[in-house]
Design a protein around this ligand. Structure first.
Ligand SMILES: Cc1cc2nc3c(=O)[nH]c(=O)nc-3n(C[C@H](O)[C@H](O)[C@H](O)COP(=O)(O)O)c2cc1C
Length: 189
C-alpha cells in the first residue's frame, strides 16, 4: 500500500518537508510504503491546455516527469499534499501540479465532475506559512483540500497548518511533528 506525497516547497529541509517527513514516518509505522515527489526537483511542465483530457478522461497528454506519478495516484492508497504559502496562495510548483490534476476529473452531464481515481483513498495536508494566524489563508488551503477531497474523492484524515514559521520552525516543534506523525498513521485503513 503506497502513500504518495507531493511537496510544493523548493526547500529540501524546509518546514513543509519536515512536516511531510513526519507524516510519512507515521504512515510507514503502519506498514505503508511511501514516496515523496519534490515538485521543484522534477521536470514538471504546466498544463498545455490541449484539452485532450476532456476526450480521454484520466489521461494527461503532457509528457514529463509527473506523468508516471499521475498514473500512480490511481493506484496509491493515499496522498499527502504539502505546500508553503507564497504570496497569499499556494506555491507556483504546486499550482502546476493542481492544473495537471484536471486530467483526473471527468465531466458529468450536469456540469460537475467525477473523479477518475478509484475511490476509498485518504489524504492529508501539510501547509506552512510565515503569518501567525493559521486562518489567514483559509481559502488557499480549502482550494488544495477541494482538489484532493471533493475533486479526486479522497477522504481527509487531518491537516497541519504550520504558522509563524520564522519564529517557530517546524523542525524544533515536537508537538507539531508528533501530530503530523499521528495524521500519517491514519492514512492507511
Ligand atoms: C516567495 C515567498 C512568498 C511568501 N509569501 C507568504 C505569504 O504570502 N504569507 C505568509 O504567511 N508567508 C509567506 N511566505 C513565507 C513562507 O510561507 C514560509 O516561510 C514557509 O514556512 C515556507 O515553507 P518551507 O520552509 O516549507 O519552504 C513566503 C515565502 C516566500 C519565499
Amino acid at each position: 500500500m503506497q502513500i504518495l506525497a507531493f511537496n510544493g516547497s523548493p526547500r529540501n529541509q524546509g518546514n513543509t518537508s519536515e512536516i511531510i517527513a513526519a507524516i510519512l514516518e507515521g504512515a510507514r509505522s503502519k506498514g505503508a510504503e511511501t514516496a515523496e515527489v519534490r515538485l521543484q526537483d522534477i521536470d514538471l511542465k504546466g498544463c498545455c491546455g490541449c484539452l485532450s483530457c476532456r476526450k480521454h478522461f484520466g489521461f494527461c497528454a503532457q509528457r514529463d516527469d509527473l506523468s508516471p506519478y499521475l498514473e500512480a495516484i490511481k493506484g496509491c492508497a493515499g496522498m499527502v499534499v504539502g505546500c508553503p504559502i507564497y504570496m497569499y496562495r499556494i506555491s507556483g510548483q504546486m499550482k502546476l501540479f493542481v492544473d495537471r490534476i484536471y486530467s483526473l476529473y471527468a465531466n458529468r452531464p450536469d456540469g460537475g465532475y467525477d473523479s477518475m481515481v478509484p475511490q476509498g483513498k485518504r489524504y492529508a495536508l501539510a501547509i506552512s506559512q510565515g503569518a501567525p494566524n493559521p486562518d489567514q489563508y483559509k481559502k488557499s488551503i480549502q482550494y488544495l483540500a477541494g482538489m484532493t477531497g471533493s475533486g479526486l474523492g479522497m477522504e481527509e484524515v487531518g491537516r497541519i497548518i504550520h504558522a509563524d514559521s520564522q519564529d517557530h520552525p517546524a523542525a524544533g516543534d515536537k508537538g507539531l511533528l508528533e501530530k503530523a506523525f499521528e495524521i500519517g498513521c491514519r492514512l492507511l485503513k
